[in-house]
Design a protein around this ligand. Structure first.
Ligand code: V55
Ligand code: FE
Length: 475
């Protein structure tokens, strides 16, 4: 899943569901840190079939619940329809990533979701997300699965995909989301929609993309939605041979698309650019008639586990991502889009203070290799970038530690942007991957962890995580 050995332990399979009450803490949990750090990753229920990829492991969710200076840890597999069917017969029934043609006949009509990519909170639920399917709803406190296919009470079609990277609108608190291949497997349709805090769908539009691409993430601003379409395209021929959904087709173009929020989608413009890759948005906003879309961008195929269509071997240097700022004019004509590299840090999983998902923002946080020796990934760092000064702060972990994607937790509901803590899991490469939760002061990363919460075991695998503030827990 990743070409580097330092972040690699993040994806090590575990299988065991774990409960630990009162984890030992080195240092002190800050008094103003209260809430839950949730995360999910693929943890294959049964061994992956030959040719399958780690993106297809079943989702395993975990939470560090922090309250009154104490930390309880819990992890549970997501009981998706797929998980439950496989559990009954004790074997894999959907053996290939996003290729239903090899499925066991007994699972026809069931959701193929692994729920393994991201988690967000909605009311008293954690929604575990996989971009090819609707969410799976888990109890916020217990992590027990309460609804394997969550449709917001029937407001979304049971077979409509839901992105793993919804945004929470900074002004309304609405969940802004989309689903691609929305009109069925392989369709070029994208459904874009918005759900308010009460769970009501308040807006929806449908648009089409120039070709069927993996639309992993997107950008939302006050009045606009933007997509970055990369040449990671559906490959029907490869699927007929029993392979995965995607291959990298270097002959396809990259497009930046933007449209009005709350419109009917007919204003969508796709602007063509040179072939680039990359998956994740850091932040986005509009200002003075321009839309700014900050994201990681690679020169070519970002994934070592996804084949190049022309059969070329994976090119690690071309697949390395850096933060870039993409710019378009919202009003005038666009003959292309602006693209500027922001920092020399390798940053495949950048995060912001999530209170700023749709508005101007200043800071980004990420795990990255030591910039003094980025290619060899000799050590992992947590970094904060500052767009105002175009500079960064770093904490470098010991070389025996791998770091997962961090989340930002504000010190108070109304704390300044970036005033808070950075939380991330570290796996000890020299202790059979035993893990700790690290808590750093987000304004002084270079000081290193102010508290280390110890697990007795390996943490379950992680792709993405989410912070739920204490005031966001229903009473
Ligand atoms: C990603 C991860 C996935 C997936 C598609 O990081 C894209 C990007 C864990 O699964 O299915
Ligand atoms: Fe992602």
């Amino acid at each position: 899943m990743t070409q580097n050995p330092v972040l690699g332990a993040t994806y090590a399979s575990l299988r065991a569901e774990v409960d630990v009450r009162d984890c030992p803490v080195d240092g002190r949990i800050p008094e103003n840190l209260s809430g839950g750090f949730y995360a999910v990753g693929p943890d294959p229920q049964y061994p992956l079939a030959p040719g399958n990829i780690p993106f297809d492991g079943e989702g395993h969710v975990r939470v560090f619940r922090i309250r009154n200076g104490r930390v309880d840890y819990r992890s549970r597999y997501v009981r998706t329809e797929r998980y439950l069917a496989q559990d009954r017969v004790r074997r894999s029934l959907m053996p290939m990533y996003r290729n239903p043609s090899l499925d066991d006949p007994s699972v026809q009509g069931l959701s193929r979701s692994t729920a393994n990519t991201h988690v967000i909170q909605h009311q008293n639920l954690i929604l575990a997300l996989k971009e090819d399917s609707p969410p799976t709803a888990l109890d916020l406190n217990t992590l027990e699965t309460v609804e394997p296919v969550y449709t917001f009470g029937g407001q979304l079609p049971r077979d409509q995909p839901f992105t793993a990277h919804p945004k929470v609108c900074s002004r309304t608190g609405n969940i802004v989301a989309f689903g691609y291949e929305a009109r069925g497997f392989g369709s070029d349709s994208i459904a874009v929609f918005e759900i308010d805090k009460q769970g009501r769908k308040v807006w929806g539009a449908e648009v089409r993309m120039p070709y069927v691409s993996s639309v992993h993430d997107f950008a939302v601003t006050e009045n606009h939605i933007a997509f970055f379409l990369i040449p990671l395209a559906i490959d029907p021929e490869q699927m007929r041979r029993g392979g995965i959904h995607w291959s990298w087709d270097k002959d396809k173009k990259t497009f930046l698309g933007f449209m009005r929020r709350y419109g009917d989608g007919t204003d969508l413009q796709w602007i063509e650019g040179p072939a680039r890759g990359g998956s994740h948005t850091l932040g986005a906003f509009e200002d003075g008639g321009k839309l700014y879309f900050d994201r990681e961008v690679t020169a070519a195929n970002p994934y070592s586990v996804i084949p190049n269509k022309d059969g070329a071997p994976y090119d690690a240097a071309a697949g390395t991502s850096y933060l870039h700022r993409l710019t378009v004019n919202l009003n005038g004509r666009n003959s292309g889009y602006g693209i500027e590299k922001l920092y020399p840090l390798i940053a495949p999983l950048p995060r912001q203070d999530d209170r700023y998902n749709t508005v101007p923002y200043r800071y980004g946080f990420m795990g990255c290799p030591d910039p003094a020796d980025p290619v060899r990934w000799k050590a992992a760092c947590y970094a904060r970038v500052d767009h105002q000064t175009r500079s960064y702060q770093l904490w470098k972990a010991p070389a025996t530690q791998s770091l997962g994607e961090p989340v930002f937790a504000p010190k108070r509901v109304d704390a300044r942007e970036g005033e808070g803590y950075l939380l991330g899991v570290t796996w000890h490469l020299d202790q059979s991957l035993r893990a700790d939760l690290l808590i750093l002061d987000a304004e002084h990363l270079e000081d290193g962890p102010i508290a280390t919460v110890q697990l007795p075991v390996q943490a379950s695998p992680q792709i993405h995580g989410w912070w739920v503030r204490e005031d966001q827990y229903p009473p």
